[in-house]
Design a binder for this molecule. Structure first.
Ligand SMILES: NC(=O)c1ccc[n+]([C@@H]2O[C@H](COP(=O)([O-])OP(=O)(O)OC[C@H]3O[C@@H](n4cnc5c(N)ncnc54)[C@H](OP(=O)(O)O)[C@@H]3O)[C@@H](O)[C@H]2O)c1
Length: 235
């Protein structure tokens, strides 16, 4: 049985990925900071093993990796949701925080878990369409996601035979959008969906399907799959 660790697995895309990989027969461990979110996830999906940790704490990640023994699939889906906005209005302290909440914990968790990854294992990350699409108001958050996606090719070459890949989603209906009041979110999503080639906002499971493929397929490495409803095409 493969051992999988999903950091950010208590919510949204990470939780959907954990559920998919558990359905494939993996022993799946999910990590997140909030105990109540982890408890809700494992209440809904008792097959998942919860671990409360902050991925910014490399020692905590390493301790969990030691506890797990050997990790076959490391999936990192964590992030905060700050850093968007037109440059003149963008508070650079907030952008620093956005990097602290996504890029630094991602690279730190990879480094901490690395000695415990199986040689045939995989690392699978999540970027975003903002990394490449040229969407106004995304210079900061785009640079953040480009930094995460930029890890993929060099690490795939450096860590081989461990495989390293990422998915690049667009607009996904998850708690990530909690900064938009509930009353406004439906209207925002309808407006965005109308301009997407697929005419729909993605579900967490749409993206989880791609993450599960990247995490398990032995022939894919160094790849970032755009799974964004065509958002990278503009429009
Ligand atoms: N939703 C979208 O439209 C969208 C679009 C493009 C890309 N993405 C990317 O997709 C990924 C997943 O996002 P999502 O939409 O699934 O968001 P989400 O529902 O908010 O899930 C984020 C998860 O990360 C965990 N987390 C955050 N910081 C952490 C830390 N320091 N240590 C451990 N766990 C941490 C959260 O739990 P705790 O808060 O309890 O720690 C939660 O489980 C993110 O990288 C996001 O940037 C999302």
């Amino acid at each position: 049985m493969s051992t999988t660790l999903v950091i950010g697995g208590s919510s949204g895309i990470g939780l959907a990925t954990a559920v998919r990989l558990a359905a494939l027969g993996d022993s799946v461990h999910i990590a997140g900071r909030r105990a109540e979110t982890l408890a809700a996830a494992t209440h809904a999906h008792p097959v998942l093993h919860p671990h409360a940790l902050d991925a910014r704490d490399a020692r905590a990640v390493e301790a969990l990796a030691v506890e797990l023994g050997s990790i076959d699939r490391l999936v990192i889906t964590l992030s905060g949701n700050q850093g968007a906005g037109p440059l003149p209005d963008l508070d650079l302290d907030v952008l620093h925080t956005a990097f602290e909440e996504k890029f630094w914990p991602t690279i730190s968790a990879i480094k901490a878990a690395l000695p415990h990854l199986a040689p045939s294992g995989s690392i699978t990350l999540v970027g975003a369409v903002t990394a490449r699409a040229g969407i106004p108001g995304t210079a900061g958050i785009g640079a953040l996601n480009a930094a995460v996606e930029g890890l993929v090719a060099p690490l795939a070459a450096e860590l081989a035979p461990v495989r390293v890949n990422a998915v690049s989603p667009g607009y996904v209906d998850t708690p990530w959008w909690s900064m938009v009041p509930d009353a406004d979110r439906e209207g925002l999503f309808a407006q965005v969906a109308a301009n997407l080639p697929t005419r729909r906002i993605a579900t967490a499971d749409d993206v989880a399907e791609v993450l599960a493929l990247l995490a398990t397929n032995p022939n894919i490495t160094g790849t970032v799959i755009e799974a964004d409803g065509g958002a990278h095409l503009g429009g």
